[in-house]
Design a protein around this ligand. Structure first.
Ligand code: NAP
Length: 259
């Protein structure tokens, strides 16, 4: 069965400036895709763009985007240059956690930021991009869920809830796209060592490092590999979910650490 080739395909990756998004850009670059990279930090995006071109990307177009700004999301998609407008693959990766606290003492500003980014941002980008996929009768939406969306861990209720919502949105979108060839995949990792924990702890590097202490976490490249695998299956194969973790992690609650 022929696999779906990425050469010359337009791949939009949100949150492409660092971490899983940047690694995903490299994975698609190596397949000769055209990369549409979006995030807020233009400087970091420029670094990823130049590495992606070295890696073999057919072309790169970067856009400064805060996915929480619904008007900006729609405007950027509507105003893409014609050679960039027919998006084949959307990787909904932009997201973050903020805080690790009991629900009844948590910071409401942290909640707002997670909900606005991980749920509403995901919806805005999908709403702007998917109609074109339906019209062109081709496309694939990959959304970063999380193991945290499958099982809640203590002090993480709101982040976990946003990732449960992401899973529900992927499942619902897959249902709503039935009868079209557009595919939907949720990729749900456990612990991946990126800036994720640094962002969660508002820049506290010592606290962030402890998250990965005594275990071998997944790397951003492991997730990129799973995303690329799902997207390159034959066109009739719809990979609904991929849950992956390090061997040191069984689920959100069970983690093995070497002494
Ligand atoms: P990361 O290294 O902190 O990267 C997060 C990315 O999201 C950055 O590129 C950031 O770019 C972007 N982003 C955040 N808020 C944004 C906004 N409002 N608008 C546009 N872009 C925004 O974290 P990561 O680990 O790669 O996380 C990527 C995704 O994987 C997230 O959805 C996360 O929830 C999910 N995930 C991570 C893990 C893990 O353990 N690391 C596990 C499961 C799921 P800018 O700051 O430049 O905008």
């Amino acid at each position: 069965m022929p696999i779906t080739k990425m050469k010359g395909k337009i791949v939009l990756i949100t949150g492409a400036s660092v971490g899983i998004g940047a690694a995903t850009a490299m994975a698609f670059a190596a397949e000769g895709a055209k990369l549409l990279l979006a995030a807020r930090r233009a400087g970091k995006l420029a670094e990823v763009a130049s590495r992606a071109l070295e890696q073999g990307a057919a072309a790169v177009h970067s856009v400064g985007l805060d996915v929480r700004d619904r008007n900006a999301v729609q405007r950027i998609i509507d105003e893409l240059p014609p050679e960039w407008s027919e998006i084949d693959v959307l990787v909904n990766n932009a997201g973050l956690s903020r805080g690790l606290e009991k629900l009844y003492t948590g910071r409401i500003d942290d909640w707002e930021e997670m909900i606005d980014t991980n749920i509403k941002g995901l919806l805005y980008v999908s709403r702007a991009v998917v109609p074109g996929m339906v019209e062109r009768k081709r496309g694939h939406v990959v959304t970063l869920g999380s193991m945290a969306g499958e099982m809640v861990y203590p002090n993480g209720a709101v982040y976990c809830a946003t990732k449960s919502a992401a899973l529900a949105i992927s499942d619902g979108l897959r249902e709503d796209l039935l009868g079209t060839p557009v595919r939907v995949t949720s990729v749900d990792p456990g612990l991946v060592e990126t800036d994720f924990s640094l962002v969660r702890f508002h820049g506290n590097a010592d606290r962030a490092a402890k998250v990965y202490k005594g275990l071998e976490p997944l790397k951003a490249e492991d997730i990129a590999d799973a995303i690329l695998w799902a997207v390159t299956r034959p066109a009739h194969v719809n990979i609904a979910r991929i849950t992956l973790s390090t061997v040191h992690q069984a689920n959100s609650l069970l983690i093995h650490r070497e002494q």
